[in-house]
Design a protein around this ligand. Sequence first.
Ligand code: MV4
Length: 504
Amino acid sequence: MFKKLLIANRGEIALRIVRACREIGIKAVAVYSEADRNSLHVRHADEAYLIGPAAARESYLNGERIIEVARRAGADALHPGYGFLAENSKFAQACLDAGIAWVGPSPDSLRTMGDKIQARKLMAEAGIPVVPGSEEVTSEGTAASAATGIGYPIMIKATAGGGGRGMRTVYRADELPMALEAASHEAASAFGDGALYLEKFLEPVRHIEVQVIADGSGNAVFLGERECSIQRRHQKMIEEAPSTAVDRKLRRQLEEMALRAVHAIKYTSVGTLEFLVDQEGRVNFMEMNTRLQVEHPVTEMVTGVDLVGDQILVAAGEELPYSEVAVQGWAMECRIAAEDPFNNFLPSVGTVSFVSVPGGPGVRVDSALYDGLEISHYYDPLIAKLCTWGRTRLETIQRMKRALREFKIVGISTNIPFHLQVMEDAHFVQGKLDTTFVDRRFEARKENGLGQEQVALLAAAVLAHRKGSGQRRALSRERRFNGWRLRHDAGRRDVGARGWRRNI
Ligand code: MV4
């Protein structure tokens, strides 16, 4: 087993990996940028090394620097977390060349699944249905004829990356040229490669992802599915397991496909296959994520598996200690972000002057929050993952509402009111959700404002949230709310009314 593992990441996922190391008995080495000098993952690690200025490209994306620190620290393994260099095959190879074990899939898997066209080809060859689409489109002309062949609406996607960046939905031929230009530009800046391909845009569908883990001895285990249809502008907001759309038959089909894919590409480590499932229950492979994902706690809560711990054991050459798992109860994750839902979800920066996280039965909070934390514009606005588990979906929702109201974060704006609204939404509670859910139920309608029902829901969520979290206009130097005495209250900047109307 490894003696020392370097965590090439920051924030809540870095702390999550420190915890996994602690439980296995591996020394944890943190790296941090100037902006993260006082962060929690640094404080909890056994050793910590400064790797550069706040900007990610000079710190958490500086692979050479990170490997140099790993060598200096005598680390025999490196965990990349998610984002940053987690799916960078060159970085993974450089680790291996430096004699440092990579906690993740092989560079070859990173490369093939990172090329979304190659990934689709390999899945089709393995007999897995893929979303109808094209090869790479290299000119406006080839794109136009491919789009006509597929049939509008289509989705333009980046060959070199997934998750929404460099994506555009096109409903008519005359929109195609502009959309191609914008998508290619965005893909080039996000992935360093502007290559594009097209897919048939399927709507309404469910975005269902399947968690798998595989060891180096050919053992692969299906760890259930996660429902990921609640997304806003391609950002996942709420995930849950199991999915209300997956029955026993469909689950067996998803399991069979996922394990067939894993064996076909000789995959090892944790991985997630993303599918689109239409209303007739037809399954279409979309892409594969070759990393630990943000939403892994949802699967951990319904299976009892420690995904990060097992990922490390597999990387150290151990065999998986189980060949199947049972899914118990229901779990949900709300991604708590430093964003202002009343200002078009714009990032909110500032000092977290006070934080109190929820607890109690069936509540898990993965975060690196602490009083005094500076939220900057350098990194992703995700500041906490609030997860709840219940015996039933309704109990899980009830618990999530309770926990969201308990969650106190003073000094910045957060999207907690949005999450409370979703938890109160009738369609959500009835499990009537698909990829159109957020647009249908929540996006402010530019022309005629929010519907009456939405205004009422929004008002209820805001009042409930303010009552619970004390996010009132704070002018006094010292005041008490819910029995908490604050030394001072950073107050709450009033925000404009663009996007979500505040005429409530
Ligand atoms: C799609 C799709 C429908 N058809 N691709 C890809 C990135 C991820 N963030 C969402 N993705 C989707 N890809 C095809 N061919 C539907 C989604 C999708 C989605 C799209 C718009 C609005 C919300 C969505 C929620 C989940 C999935």
